[in-house]
Design a protein around this ligand. Structure first.
Ligand code: PEP
Ligand code: MN
Length: 339
């Protein structure tokens, strides 16, 4: 951290700042210029509050140099993390991994039909919610464990991995046999108790960005899971809330290269929740891959118009098939490939 003092700061004020920094364990490098005194504070204090120093008399500016997260940072691990799954799928490597499926598992027939279709077109993972975080308590809430059973069955039948959302820490033990990856939804990104429990999952966690979360907050949430013992964390940009109303959320494509610089963790893009409209999903999918996404989370349905949740953003089979063809053509341009 660097503390820039005001030009009129007194020697006493400067000393007060130095004493505070020293008491927190920082080493101080003082440089006195013609107009300002600058204090360079070196030390490992990831949790200090820079505002405490901004409020001290005589301080002009406080600039944080180090990041508040450690295990998730690129500085800690320069090489990108590759998360490996049982069937040889690797997220974070050259392959752009596609996870596709319905918003929610609705029936054995529905998930079976969708699994066969997405597998045929190159998806590697089957998504499908069994516990749905719906805005209204009167909306379809998911089929629970029965949904997971059908998800697993459809995934296995088609050589796919299974991913589903965990809403509460109490569901983990029950869910683990059914899924290859546990998804933490946007609404739970800052459920720190759940994140800590996932530290013991022993399986990869797909951590979605909260709808009003900064990237620093997303990485601090990843840090919760990692510091609790699970380093297999995959991030997901799923759109944030902005003032724009043309799309359900604003898919923050720039988040992808920003995360790539700050962190070694892989990142997926979810253009389905990121736009909320199926006609916007293909262009944003291509944009996300061009921007460096390691994979995609796509909602696909056999009958989107009758879907019990998120039908408007679910792709028809023909749309998914066409999109996969386009992805296969685009990926090599950015040094990637698609199955
Ligand atoms: C989902 O992927 O099913 C979902 C609910 O997404 P989000 O948490 O991003 O809203
Ligand atoms: Mn959905």
């Amino acid at each position: 951290m660097v503390v820039v003092m005001q030009s009129e700061a007194s020697e006493e004020q400067i000393q007060t700042v130095i004493d505070r920094l020293v008491s927190l364990g920082f080493d101080i490098h003082r440089s006195t210029g013609a107009s300002h005194t600058v204090l360079g504070a070196v030390g490992v204090r990831p949790d200090f509050d820079a505002r405490e120093f901004e409020l001290l008399a005589g301080v002009r500016e406080v600039v944080r140099i180090t990041q508040p997260y450690k295990l998730a940072s690129r500085a800690f691990q320069p090489a990108g993390t590759i998360v490996e799954f049982a069937n040889g799928v690797r997220i974070g490597g050259p392959e752009v991994v596609v996870a596709a499926g319905p918003c929610a598992v609705e029936s054995q027939e529905q998930i079976g039909a969708i699994a066969a279709e997405v597998a045929k077109n190159g998806a590697r993972m089957l998504r499908g919610g069994a516990f749905k975080p719906r805005t209204s308590p009167y909306s379809f809430q998911g089929l629970g464990e029965q949904g997971l059973r059908w998800l697993r069955e459809a995934a296995e039948k088609n050589g796919l991995l299974a991913v589903s959302e965990i809403m509460d820490a109490s569901q983990m033990t029950m869910m683990l046999p059914y899924v290859d990856m546990l998804q933490v939804g946007a609404r739970n990104m800052q459920n720190y108790h759940l994140l800590r429990v996932l530290g013991a999952a022993g399986k990869p966690v797909l951590l979605k960005r909260g709808m009003s979360a900064t990237l620093e907050e997303l990485l601090l949430s990843a840090e919760y899971i990692m510091s609790s013992g699970n380093h297999k964390v995959i991030l997901c940009e799923r759109g944030i809330r902005t003032f724009e109303t043309s799309t359900r959320n604003t898919l923050d494509i720039a988040a992808i290269p920003v995360i790539k610089k700050l962190s070694h963790l892989p990142i997926l893009a979810d253009p389905s929740h990121g736009t909320g409209r199926r006609d916007k999903v293909p262009p944003m999918t291509l944009a996300a891959v061009a921007a460096g996404a390691d994979g995609l989370l796509l909602e696909v349905h056999n009958d989107p118009e009758k879907a019990l949740s998120d039908g408007a953003q679910s792709l028809f089979f023909e749309q998914f098939e066409k999109l996969m063809v386009q992805l296969r053509a685009l990926a090599p341009v950015v040094g990637r490939r698609v199955a």
